[in-house]
Design a protein. Structure first.
Length: 131
């Protein structure tokens, strides 16, 4: 595993903190009945947590917005098993990344709960369990 030091460590820490922030903000979005934005924020939390993990593990991360691609390039079996089991959540999150910004997409509580549980599992897989 790549050793994160100095400014690199600051970048890693900032990415993790932003991921946690997006995760927490999703609950506020739900309280305002904005499941579309809540899922967008969960997707952003997912992207940042994955990129931080890849940065720590390999010293860099791909410049992609695809959650699926980020998981595929990792060497993390926990992530790969989670994504295989919850493939539909990966689809929802990737859809929410674009849909919440540019299209009218309707999501509900079921999608949010599944996605939130997925992101919690992802955080555990990458060693960032305290949200």
């Amino acid at each position: 595993m790549y050793e994160v030091v100095g400014l690199s460590f600051k970048l890693y820490e900032e990415m993790i903190e932003k991921a946690k922030h997006f995760f927490r903000v999703s609950d506020y979005d739900v309280s305002m009945n904005r499941y579309d934005v809540a899922l967008f924020h969960l997707e952003q939390a997912t992207q940042l947590a994955l990129k931080a993990y890849l940065f720590k593990a390999f010293g860099d991360f791909p410049r992609t917005h695809s959650v699926r691609e980020l998981i595929e390039v990792s060497d993390n079996e926990c992530l790969k098993e989670l994504a295989a089991e919850k493939w539909f959540v990966v689809d929802i999150l990737e859809d929410a990344y674009i849909g919440a910004r540019y299209f009218i997409r309707r999501y509900g509580e079921k999608e949010f709960i599944e996605a939130k549980n997925f992101v919690e599992g992802l955080f555990r897989c990458v060693g960032t369990s305290s949200i």
